[in-house]
Design a protein around this ligand. Structure first.
Ligand SMILES: N[C@H](CCC[C@H](N)C(=O)O)C(=O)O
Length: 330
């Protein structure tokens, strides 16, 4: 079975193109495969944040379909960093640079963009649909249908939170630098992703955001189904939306925002449609790290003793990009 090790801003995945398999995996196999190969200790070559399953799109205009399986085996409706890598994979498979990718709730536009630096292939992805409703978020906060810059005393006596689904659920707080790098994020996020918590019973991605300058933010995220990751594309998009709504207002629409994260940097734009709804553009690297071959039966058993791992050489270019370009942005 062939896999492709990829990352978007250091948020890493294995792409599994199921259209190349004799028989698609069962739901149970797909879940178990993610749990086995993603494990950071016992997984495939250091594991990953998740698996991106690619299959044929629902019609010719939609080049492929992406499903997102987190490292714990749970499925998410969207993955912003992941869809850029799937877009590049489908672009090279089909020799197209602009097309749509089917996701759980929408067919999303993707397109090739100019490289950020030598060897840094870049794609732009549409992040949509966006909803603030408690229902879309799976959120239960007493008497709260929409949470925008409000306190949640059960979580924190000081922080103010916003909740937005893009369409996966995000809880976001704007904080100072000490809080950004402190323990609060892990404490709050692990509680909200613990079994039986009454606020987000299905879990939630939690991000702390520091405003570094006008149209420049730093986003640190604890992801549902994964834990702390280098970056979370939907979180960076959701944080950009909240930055515009809470700090710049309408003048911030259509402006390019630089979003830094522990794994690197992306650019975002926030758009508003005539009907008042929002969507975002997420622009960032789609790095292919290695091509991988492993027997499915061995992978499902967590046996990675007979794996073929061929590095592409792109990771060196990415690390140079982070050292040179990204560090200068901080
Ligand atoms: N952990 C997320 C899915 C992956 C999203 C993230 N990796 C991204 O780039 O958007 C969730 O359960 O909603």
């Amino acid at each position: 079975m062939k896999l492709l090790k990829v990352h978007g801003s250091g948020n890493d995945f294995f792409i599994l193109d199921q259209s190349k398999l004799e028989k698609p995996l069962s739901e149970a196999e797909l879940k178990l495969l993610a749990q086995k190969i993603c494990d950071r200790k016992s997984g495939l070559h250091g594991g990953s944040d998740g698996v991106l399953s690619v299959t044929a799109g629902h019609n010719d205009a939609v080049v492929g379909k992406m499903r997102v399986i987190n490292a714990d085996g749970s499925e998410a409706s969207m993955c912003g960093n992941g869809i850029r890598t799937v877009a590049r994979y489908l672009s090279e498979q089909n020799n197209q640079n602009a097309f749509k990718v089917e996701t759980m709730q929408a067919d999303l536009e993707v397109k090739r963009e100019p490289d950020f630096a030598p060897g840094i292939t870049v794609f732009e992805a549409e992040i949509s649909p966006v909803s603030f409703t408690a229902k879309a978020l799976g959120m239960h906060v007493a008497g709260t249908e929409k949470l925008v810059n409000e306190s949640i005393p059960e979580l924190s006596a000081t922080l103010k939170f916003s909740a937005v689904a893009v369409p996966n659920p995000h809880l976001i707080a704007f904080v100072d630098h000490a809080t950004l790098i402190g323990e609060e994020l892990g404490r709050i996020a692990s509680y909200l992703n613990s079994k039986g918590n009454p606020i987000f019973p299905d879990g939630v991605n939690v991000s702390f955001v520091e405003v570094l300058a006008k149209n420049k933010i730093f986003v640190r995220t604890y992801e549902r189904g994964v834990g702390f990751t280098n970056a979370c594309g939907t979180a960076m998009s959701a944080s950009s939306l909240m930055y515009v709504l809470l700090f710049t207002g309408k003048s911030g629409l259509e402006e390019k925002i630089t979003v830094l994260n522990p794994g690197g940097m992306v650019k975002t734009k926030v758009h508003q449609r005539a009907d008042g709804s929002y969507w975002m553009s997420l622009i960032g690297n789609a790095t292919f790290v290695a091509t991988v071959e492993v027997e499915l039966s061995a992978a499902l058993a967590g046996d990675f003793s007979q794996v073929s791992w061929q590095e592409t050489g792109e990771q060196k270019a990415y690390e140079h990009f982070v050292r040179s370009v990204v560090k200068n942005e901080l």
